[in-house]
Ligand binder design. Structure first.
Ligand code: PRP
Ligand code: URA
Length: 205
């Protein structure tokens, strides 16, 4: 299943993010805002439990999440996507996978992993703004499944059909959320029109 979240406010902010004249601070702030704006769609099926709460004038029933949520950030670019989701889902735990794409072969290389125990207990949301060939996402999904994860969603900003197909072919149980499905990849594996190198633009390199 893949869903493209096309809220007008997201589209306006995504245009600022795409613009090559946007500096890294504004890039990061808009990425954070888009993550917050995507949250109601990504978490539409979050399960709740009730609890009794006291307002200043009466007792009533309030709600809490009954699901355990885990964000897994793919370094580096996923870091730019974390803050906005974390603001909306402050009770989530956070894990990390470090990987980079070899610029020649486009194959992902893993360099870091930090995940909680009992991954099967969590709804896991893999955060990486870019879904290009899908190599990094599939590598990350395999790592999560090998560690026991059963309920995985991939949450990205901009993607290409190549990446969606790659995930769907090998991991059809993984839900995919994006703010835009772009036209194609170029010969260097960059998303077109895309936004360039997301990690570099987030961190000002
Ligand atoms: C980018 C991006 C994804 C990957 C997507 O990371 O953040 O992880 O490329 O490409 P793929 O779908 O073809 O695998 P990159 O490898 O540039 O590392 P970085 O975040 O450290 O810059
Ligand atoms: N990674 C990026 O940062 N940008 C792309 O367009 C593709 C992969």
């Amino acid at each position: 299943m893949y869903k493209i979240i096309t809220n007008p406010l997201i589209q306006i902010k995504l245009s600022i993010i795409r613009n090559k004249n946007t500096d890294s601070q504004s890039f990061y702030e808009n990425l954070t805002d888009v993550a917050s704006l995507m949250s109601p769609y990504v978490f539409a099926d979050l399960n709740l439990k009730t609890e009794e709460i006291a307002t200043p004038v009466a007792n009533t029933l309030g709600y809490k999440a009954s699901d355990k949520v885990l964000f897994v950030v793919i370094l580096r670019a996923g870091l730019g996507f974390l803050e906005g989701f974390r603001r909306m889902v402050p009770f989530a735990k956070i894990g990390f996978l470090g990987m980079y794409r070899d610029e020649e072969t486009l194959m992902p290389h893993d360099y870091y992993k930090r995940l909680p125990a009992n991954l099967a207990d969590y709804k896991v949301y893999l955060l990486d703004p870019m879904l290009a060939t899908g190599g990094s996402a599939c590598d990350a999904i395999n790592s999560l499944k090998n560690a026991g994860a059963k309920d995985i969603s991939f949450v990205g900003l901009v993607g290409a059909m190549d990446g969606i197909k790659k995930i769907e072919e090998s991991n059809s149980d993984v839900k995919i959320y994006l703010a835009s499905l772009d036209e194609k990849l170029n010969e260097k594996g960059y998303i077109i029109p895309g936004l360039g190198d997301c990690g570099d633009r987030t961190f000002g390199l």
